[in-house]
Write a protein that binds this ligand. Structure first.
Ligand code: CP
Length: 308
């Protein structure tokens, strides 16, 4: 446990202080520069073992945790859940207790049920990192988003950030709202009523159902995909075409924002649903690939801080 990061686990953004968040962002800046140089590898985590335990699909998060751990000299094991004893009826707790006997140092866990990383953490000697739990949180995603915003805009201070799309089912939105609120960023939520969280008046955010109004003068737009895997029957009753025409971001709708606006998306993107394909690929506005790149630096910083 590092003095500058007094936590054994990274379970959510909600319980971190702005100093904790700064510690991750500052160290990630160093790793981000190192990752763009020819000397990307170091041995700061030599002898440590990181286990990736993903009960839901992932491309960016799983790969970047593996790359991050290997860049720091750690050994990485990917437990392939579909080929594991979970398929033979072993409980999640037994899986974790068995991994724990192998003297591992970190478990990076993604699970469709909210709260699973919090349940697992007290059961193991390893550090537990939440890589996305149901509709709960996705803390390293919010950290990498903040990293890109800070790099592009100089500072988070005085920014207005619009989060748009399926906010109700989004752990990315939840982690980002916690983080942005801690830095005093003005947050706007733009969504149809069926994708707005319950009791939005309790959130520290301005609420918009009209996308054109919500985008007026914003510095950052964060688009979210529709979380089809978390929808209940009848919850989403419009066609994707109709949804795109009202809530899909394209160059025309983006004109309402500031001229130097940046467009973010955690991925995976669904082209021409929540974002037009042309805008997703437009380097004048889109920083989506930069977000993926930043994921490695943020996860290196998190592993470094937790495992020392
Ligand atoms: N943003 C994100 O979590 O992507 P993956 O699902 O591919 O990990």
């Amino acid at each position: 446990m590092s003095k500058s990061f007094p936590h054994r686990h990274l379970l959510d953004i909600e319980r971190l202080s702005s100093a904790d968040l700064e510690a991750v962002l500052d160290l990630a800046k160093r790793y981000g520069e190192q990752n763009r140089s020819s000397t990307r590898k170091s041995d700061v985590l030599q002898g440590k073992t990181v286990v990736n335990l993903f009960f839901e699909p992932s491309t960016r998060t799983r790969a970047s945790f593996e790359i991050a751990a290997k860049r720091l000299g750690a050994d990485v094991i990917n437990v392939l859940v579909e080929h594991s004893s979970a398929r033979k009826g072993e409980t999640l707790l037994d899986t974790v207790l068995n991994l724990d006997t192998m003297n591992i140092d970190a478990i990076v866990i993604r699970h469709p049920e909210t709260g699973v990383p919090h349940f697992v953490a007290p059961q193991t000697k390893a550090s537990v990192i939440n890589a996305g739990d149901g509709t709960g949180e996705h803390p390293t995603q919010a950290l990498l988003d903040a990293f890109v915003m800070r790099r592009r805009k100089g500072s988070l201070k005085d920014l207005t950030v619009a989060i748009c799309g399926d906010i109700a089912h989004s752990r990315v939105a939840r982690s980002n709202m916690h983080l942005l609120n801690k830095f005093g960023v003005k947050v706007r939520l733009i969504a149809p009523a069926y994708f707005m969280p319950k009791n939005p008046e309790n959130l520290k955010a301005e609420i918009f159902e009209d996308m054109a109004k919500g985008l007026q003068g914003v510095d950052v737009v964060m688009m979210l995909r529709i979380q089809h895997e978390r929808l209940t029957e009848g919850e989403f009753a419009v066609s994707l075409k109709e949804y795109h025409s009202r809530y899909g971001l394209d160059h025309k709708k983006l004109k309402a924002a500031k001229t130097d606006v940046i467009v973010m998306h955690p991925g995976p993107i669904n082209r021409d649903v929540e974002i037009s394909s042309a805008l997703a690929d437009d380097p004048q506005f889109s920083v989506i690939r930069e977000q993926t790149e930043a994921g490695v630096a943020i996860r290196m910083a998190v592993l470094d801080l937790l495992l020392h």
